[in-house]
Design a binder for this molecule. Structure first.
Ligand SMILES: CC(C)(COP(=O)(O)OP(=O)(O)OC[C@H]1O[C@@H](n2cnc3c(N)ncnc32)[C@H](O)[C@@H]1OP(=O)(O)O)[C@@H](O)C(=O)NCCC(=O)NCCS
Length: 432
């Protein structure tokens, strides 16, 4: 395929994600290295692209120096007048710099013609963090209230709302807020669909350093503790981001993403591709199993294409899938189809499990087992007493689930007739 062809395919494959995100409210946290790094203009460009695709966005920004956020159990740092003066100055300068990036409109700029209005304002009320452990934290503050109605109004008018990590008190003073806390509180107050946190690494990683693409709340907690126990700055930063994500999920936000601030395009990869990038913490039952519909055919085709190519599955055309979609069940994750399987009636007594496929990123997660159990229940409900499976690669997997080796000649006659001797699939059966 040539470059234009690839681009067209890519664009088409992103359509479902574009539709899913349109009209959604996202809160973005830019902090520390995200603000100081060379990749910031690319991040701002990608945020502008999201805005152009109909995503409503509030962007919280901290300081280039990062820090200021205590880990759980750690004492917050006191901020005297001189420190607060520096923070105010830096926050102001950064706000202007980010506004300027959103405003680039020369014909050479990727934002040419985008015309993106950014709003700042006194949306955040703060109170002093107070005296903690005998230490007066002075200008270190806590979020008292977010004016969600005013932010929503701006978002509905097509503006991007920019929130520095500062809050104003009833005494007319300015307090410095922990960026993670502000982002979390803002996301909860706006009942945001997503909180997106940029981190230096590729996301939240396991003990071996491999990035975890999907985390439940319990897994998120364990991962946060592991990351905060490490001494390197990247792990600590990911641990703090995960901490903020956990708070946001508990506050009602459905999904929080940890995305690399160093890698160009990581945000778009996470939001618009099947493979994703970074880590997703979700408070919902993440995998939804349901009968397939005609609109699932493109997703099934995409899922099974590599397995057809390597010979694990027999080829199925779009027309065939459309005709037989009633036999399929699928599992969705984050509005993406990640698993499918079909139950074909062979005769009144026999059903055949076919086309079982799990997205590689979601394997060994029990999804295959869930699909199989659901199709078994469906077969029983239809009065069938035997399940068949013909497979070239998953013989042992079926055996683990109660299937036994059988022979081609024991297949019901109408199925035997269509047995493909060239594929030479193993025949398995299970009494229900
Ligand atoms: C086979 C397949 C459906 C299993 O789905 P899954 O959701 O990953 O499996 P589960 O989470 O339910 O089970 C995982 C266990 O099965 C084992 N397993 C996975 N694939 C296996 C295979 N092909 N053969 C034997 N065991 C397998 C795993 O090692 C794991 O074992 P463990 O629990 O001891 O660690 C999936 O790997 C897949 O889509 N494979 C490619 C397509 C294919 O071959 N389909 C069958 C054509 S009929």
């Amino acid at each position: 395929m040539n470059r234009a062809g690839e681009m067209i395919e890519l664009f088409r494959s992103a359509a479902a994600y574009i539709n899913a995100h349109r009209g959604g409210t996202f809160v973005i946290l830019l902090h520390g290295e995200a603000l100081a790094g060379d990749n910031l203009p690319n991040i701002v460009f990608d945020l502008s692209l999201l805005h152009s695709l109909g995503v409503r966005m509030a962007v919280v920004h901290g300081l280039e120096a990062g820090a200021a956020e205590p880990a759980p159990g750690e004492q917050a740092r006191a901020l005297d007048e001189a420190a607060m003066g520096r923070i105010r100055q830096q926050a102001g300068g950064l706000g202007v710099a980010i506004e300027a990036m959103f405003s680039q409109g020369t014909s050479k700029s990727p934002l040419h013609g985008a015309d993106i209005p950014v709003r700042r304002g006194n949306f955040v009320a703060a109170r002093p963090a107070g005296v903690v452990g005998g230490v007066d934290l002075q200008y270190a503050g806590k979020v008292r209230k977010i004016d969600a109605a005013a932010i929503r109004e701006e978002l509905a008018r097509g503006k991007i709302v920019l929130l520095p990590s500062l809050g104003y008190s009833i005494t007319g003073e300015v307090f410095a807020l922990a960026p993670g806390e502000l982002a979390t509180e803002t996301a909860a107050a706006l009942e945001a669909d997503k909180l997106i946190l940029f981190v230096p690494g590729d996301g939240a990683s396991n003990a071996d350093g491999a990035v975890l693409p999907n985390l439940s709340l319990a897994e998120g907690e364990a991962c946060r503790d592991r990351l905060l126990a490490r001494s390197d700055a990247d792990s600590r930063c990911a641990g703090l981001a995960l901490q903020a994500a956990l708070r946001a999920c508990r506050g009602g936000v459905h999904r929080c993403h940890l995305i690399s601030c160093r890698r160009n395009g990581a945000l778009l990869e996470e939001l618009f591709t099947r493979e994703g990038s970074g880590s997703l913490l979700s408070r919902d039952e993440p995998h939804l199993l349901r009968p397939a519909q005609l609109s699932d055919v493109p997703g099934i085709l995409q899922l099974i294409a590599p397995l057809e190519a390597d010979g694990s599955l027999v080829r199925r055309s779009r027309e065939l899938l459309e005709n037989e979609i009633g036999n399929f069940s699928i599992i969705e994750w984050e509005d993406t189809l990640v698993a499918c399987a079909a139950l074909y009636p062979v005769d009144d007594r026999h059903g055949e499990i076919a086309c079982i496929a799990i997205d590689p990123a979601h394997r060994n997660n029990g999804l295959g087992e869930r699909l199989l159990a659901s199709l078994e229940a469906e077969a029983r409900g239809k009065g069938m007493d035997t399940l068949l499976a013909l497979t070239t690669r998953a013989e042992h997997w079926f055996q683990r689930h109660g299937f036994e080796e059988s022979r081609v000649r024991d297949l019901p006659a109408n199925r035997r007739e269509f047995y493909n001797f060239q594929r030479n699939s193993k025949v398995l059966r299970k009494a229900l």
